[in-house]
Design a protein around this ligand. Structure first.
Ligand SMILES: *Cc1c(COP(=O)(O)O)cnc(C)c1O
Length: 451
C-alpha cells in the first residue's frame, strides 16, 4: 500500500478556483464602515493593490496564477498527501485516513500560499512596505518570508498574548528582515487608545488588524495585507484542494468526509472549495466539517449578520458568523483560531448547509494531536489538531460499524513553535473553556446598525 501521493512540480495548478462562481446564494456585499453602503473598489485602494481588489470582487470561476508566483510555490509545492496507515493501525479502524500536509512550507503552514501572491501584486503596483497583524505568529512569519523574496519591508502587529508566548516566531520574522511589535502598541492612535483603557489586555486579532490598517492608511508607501477571511485569500489557498483532487486520483480514492480547522477560514476552504462543484453539481455524497475551539465558537454559536472585521470599526463590514467585533477571546493555545468572525465565503456555505461546523475543547484536541504524533511522527500545530480530533472519532465509529469510510484531515501546519502548549497539556495545566453564552450576547448587542 502506498503511503505518500506526490505530484510533479509541473502539476502545481496554473489557475486558482473561485467558489464565488458556484454559490447557491450570492454573497452579500461588504459594506463601507463609514456609510454602511456597499463597498466600492475606490474605497479599498487606500490599503490594497488594484489586482487584489479585482480578485476580491471577481465571480469568474478560474483565475490565472502568475508564473512568478508558481515559480516560488515550487520551493515547497506540491505538498504531500499521506495515507495515515500507522494511525489507522493504532486505532484498529477499517476506515481509510489521509492527510494533506501544509507544514512543509518554509513558514511551517499553509499561509505562504497567499502571502506570496499578495506580496507579488503589491510589489508589481509599486508598494514598498506591507503592514499586517498576526495571532499565533504564523501569518506574520509567512508574510515576512514573502516580502523578503520581493525586497519589500514588512511591519507585523503581533497579538500580545502570542508575542509573549512565542518568542521564536518573532525570531523567524527578524530572520526574514521584518519588524514585529506587540499589539496593542504605542505606535498607532488606536493602539494608544486601547492601552489607556485596558493596559492589561492580552490583545486580540481585531485590535491588531485595526493597528495595521491604520498604519497602511497613514503611510503612502504602505499597504495592508490580511492572512485569512477575505475572498482573495481563500482563492489563493485553493492550490491545496486542486492538488488534493489529483492526489486522490493517484490514490484511486475519494473522500467521504473532510475535516479542517477554522480560524478566519482559509486553509479549510482552500482544501474543500474545489470539491464543492462535485457536491452541488455532481451530487457527490461528501461531508465537509469546519472545526473550531469551544473558546472561540464563531460558526457554532455566532450570529450570521453584518459585523466589523476589526475592533476599531475601520475595516469593511462583512456578512459573516460573528461573536461580535469587541470579542476578546481567552488566551487559548491555538492562537490562530481566535478571530471573532469567519470568511464570508465559508459562512455563506455553512449557512446554506453545504459545509458543517463543530467545536472542541483544548484538552481533547491535544490528546488527539498526541495520538497522531505517536503514530505518524508529525507534531501538528494546535490549530490543525482541531481537525484530527473529529477524524479520530469518526474512525472509531467506523470501528464499531465496520464501515470503510475515507476520511481526510487537512493538516495546516506543524507545531514546532507550540511545544510549550504541548508541555502545558502533558503537565495537566491546560484549561478547557466554553465561551459563556451571555458574553456572546453582550458582544452581539454591539453589531453595526446597518443590517
Ligand atoms: C493561521 C492558521 C490556522 C487558522 O487560519 P485559517 O485562516 O482558518 O486557515 C490554522 N492552522 C494553522 C497552522 C495556522 O497557521
Amino acid at each position: 500500500m502506498k503511503i505518500k501521493f506526490l505530484l510533479d512540480e509541473e502539476e502545481i495548478p496554473k489557475k486558482w478556483y473561485n467558489v464565488a462562481a458556484d454559490l447557491i446564494t450570492p454573497l452579500d456585499p461588504p459594506l463601507n464602515p463609514g456609510t454602511g453602503q456597499p463597498l466600492k473598489a475606490e474605497d479599498m485602494q487606500l490599503i490594497f493593490p488594484k489586482e487584489l481588489i479585482r480578485q476580491e470582487m471577481n465571480t469568474e470561476r478560474w483565475i490565472e496564477i502568475p508564473e512568478e508566483v508558481r515559480e516560488i510555490y515550487r520551493l515547497w509545492r506540491p505538498t504531500p498527501l499521506y495515507r495515515a496507515s500507522r494511525l489507522e493501525n493504532s486505532l484498529k479502524t477499517p476506515a481509510k485516513i489521509y492527510y494533506k500536509y501544509e507544514g512543509v512550507s518554509p513558514a511551517g503552514s499553509h499561509k505562504p500560499n497567499t502571502a506570496i501572491p499578495q506580496a507579488y501584486y503589491n510589489m508589481k503596483e509599486g508598494i514598498e512596505r506591507l503592514a499586517t497583524e498576526t495571532g499565533a505568529g504564523q501569518w506574520g512569519s509567512a508574510l515576512s518570508f514573502a516580502t523578503c523574496l520581493f525586497n519589500m519591508k514588512c511591519k507585523v502587529y503581533m497579538v500580545r498574548s502570542s508575542y509573549d508566548q512565542k518568542p521564536y516566531r518573532r525570531s523567524m520574522m527578524r530572520t526574514w528582515g521584518a519588524e514585529c511589535i506587540s499589539s496593542p502598541s504605542d505606535t498607532t492612535n488606536f493602539g494608544r487608545k486601547v492601552l489607556a483603557e485596558m493596559p492589561d489586555t492580552p490583545g486580540s486579532l481585531g485590535i491588531a488588524i485595526s493597528e495595521a490598517v491604520e498604519d497602511a492608511a497613514t503611510h503612502d508607501d504602505t499597504n495592508y495585507s490580511l492572512g485569512s477571511v477575505l475572498n482573495h485569500v481563500l482563492l489563493h489557498q485553493t492550490v491545496e484542494g486542486l492538488e488534493l483532487k489529483k492526489q486522490f486520483e493517484l490514490a484511486d480514492d475519494y473522500p467521504d468526509i473532510m475535516f479542517g480547522c477554522c480560524g478566519g477560514g482559509s486553509n479549510f476552504p482552500g482544501m474543500c472549495f474545489p470539491f464543492i462543484p462535485d457536491k452541488l453539481k455532481d451530487k457527490k455524497d461528501l461531508v465537509m466539517v469546519a472545526c473550531e475551539p469551544t473558546a472561540c465558537p464563531t460558526l457554532t454559536k455566532g450570529l450570521y449578520a453584518y459585523d466589523f472585521g476589526d475592533t476599531a470599526g475601520m475595516a469593511p463590514i462583512l456578512k459573516m458568523y460573528t461573536l461580535g467585533h469587541d470579542f476578546v477571546p481567552p488566551g487559548i493555545h491555538a492562537g490562530g483560531l481566535r478571530y471573532h468572525g469567519d470568511a464570508p465565503l465559508l459562512c455563506n456555505l455553512v449557512h446554506d448547509k453545504v459545509i458543517e461546523a463543530m467545536a472542541f475543547q483544548q484538552n481533547e484536541v491535544f490528546k488527539a494531536a498526541t495520538i497522531f504524533a505517536r503514530s505518524e511522527g508529525i507534531i501538528p500545530a494546535p490549530e490543525s489538531a482541531h481537525a484530527i480530533k473529529p477524524a479520530i472519532d469518526e474512525a472509531l465509529v467506523c470501528k464499531q460499524t465496520g464501515e470503510t469510510k475515507t476520511i481526510l484531515i487537512c493538516l495546516s501546519g506543524h507545531g514546532h513553535f507550540d511545544l510549550s502548549a504541548y508541555d502545558a497539556f502533558f503537565d495537566g495545566k491546560l484549561e478547557d473553556y466554553e465561551y459563556p453564552e451571555n458574553l456572546v450576547k453582550q458582544s452581539l448587542a454591539k453589531l453595526p446598525k446597518f443590517q
